[in-house]
Ligand binder design. Structure first.
Ligand SMILES: [Mg+2]
Length: 399
């Protein structure tokens, strides 16, 4: 099987909000076509325009090629061989960050092709089946006009999640730091106000995870919040400190009564090795595209297995990312939950309309994927509409 084409699509939700902090408003979708007529689909989570450049840009230096140039005419080989060729061939620009994130979309599309070529769901090629059903967690979505509105809306979501049968949910409670919504800066006591209200609505049985989104600049403050969260039986606190403060994470993790989670922004298993070997976290959170695809994510799952850690991937994008996370969850015993909201509840039209997928939500559970490859199809009409929306914007109309 040889690769004959690599197509990239930059997509934008026509209803995008320039002030929102959601990365589900735009995406890059990659289609790889082979000479026997198979098409693999992938996506990844970074600036979609930068991702397209990483894939399509040509290069003159043998160690600084473009991804597309390395792929056209190449044989579809085993995942590790191909990943290494792409990683090494782009190393001067790549190794970490955007180019590895973009490589993730390619790697995912190639795994889709391998599954389709073998006539099996991709997970069957990734490892042993570890479960017969998947446990999704609901991401609770706040309105951010005022703290009162925030609490009311996120509590309503917790009630809805409970009524839909979810056994786990994640809420963001971020009132300081780079992710704090404009006009909604507040004291750490607001976090407790949110969690208290959500816990009361969700009931004592629901697993609750809290994302504070890099809120704290010192360990003592993060620890005080961790101690508060423990009293509400919170499963983990996500990204309390800046992503690069590994010493801070190690200190916090040693003292915290709740699990500490991090990893959504990291690329390659090498960055996760630092996190794991430094004993910085209890829960690793690869974004499967950003880390460099399923090939790299599998290595992080193995690291977690060796160290007795949990894996809860980040996946806030379209149905493609959700399908990829479901494939990984099926073969990963240490992955207790993965991020999933039924598409009809998601604000972004990219999540609602881009894909036709097979994951059927029933009473807090999903069946394991059965269709060949990743089990998704693109809705071409929606794709064209989102491509058009992205074409219409200019650098001046975005930031
Ligand atoms: Mg997060």
């Amino acid at each position: 099987m040889r690769i004959v084409d690599v197509r990239t699509h930059v997509l934008l939700d026509p209803g995008y909000d320039i002030d929102a902090t959601s990365s589900a408003q735009d995406t890059i979708v990659v289609e790889i076509e082979t000479d026997n007529g198979l098409v693999g689909i992938g996506e990844t989570d970074l600036n979609a325009w930068v991702a397209r450049a990483c894939i399509e840009a040509p290069g003159t230096h043998t160690m600084d090629r473009g991804l597309r140039g390395l792929l056209i005419g190449a044989e579809v080989e085993d995942a590790e061989t191909m990943w290494q060729r792409l990683y090494v061939g782009t190393a001067m620009t790549g190794r970490r960050g955007a180019l590895v994130n973009a490589l993730g979309a390619i790697d995912i599309a190639l795994w889709d092709i391998r599954g389709k070529a073998a006539g099996v769901p991709t997970w069957q090629l990734l490892g042993e089946q570890a479960r017969t059903e998947l446990t999704p967690y609901a991401s609770l979505q706040p309105e951010v006009g005022s703290i009162a509105e925030y609490i009311e809306s996120i509590t309503a979501w917790a009630t809805k999640a409970r009524d839909l049968g979810f056994s786990a949910a994640k809420l963001e409670a971020t009132f300081t730091g780079p992710y704090a919504h404009a006009g909604l800066d507040g004291p750490d006591s607001w976090i407790e106000d949110v969690v208290r209200s959500v816990r009361a609505a969700a009931g004592p049985e629901m697993t609750l995870m809290v994302d504070v989104q890099y809120a704290f600049s010192d360990v003592a403050r993060a620890l005080a919040v961790a101690e508060m969260l423990a009293s509400y039986d919170v499963y983990f606190m996500e990204t309390p400190l800046w992503v690069d403060d590994l010493a801070g994470y190690a200190e916090l993790r040693a003292k915290s009564p709740v699990r500490i989670a991090q990893g959504e922004w990291l690329s390659t298993h090498h960055e996760f090795a630092q996190l794991v070997e430094g004993e910085c976290v209890d829960v690793v959170q690869p974004d499967i595209g950003r880390i460099g695809g399923l090939t790299e994510a599998l290595k992080v799952c193995q690291m977690a297995r060796d160290r007795g850690l949990s894996v809860v991937p980040h996946a806030w994008k379209t149905g493609i990312s959700v399908a990829v996370a479901a494939q990984l969850a099926t073969v990963t015993p240490e992955m207790p939950f993965f991020e999933f909201l039924p598409a009809e509840f998601c604000e972004s039209r990219l999540r609602r309309d881009l894909t036709v997928d097979e994951l059927v939500y029933r009473d807090g559970r999903l069946g394991v994927p059965q269709l060949p490859g990743l089990g998704i199809e693109l809705n071409r009409e929606a794709l064209e509409e989102f491509v058009e929306a992205a074409r219409r914007v200019t650098p001046e109309s975005l930031r």
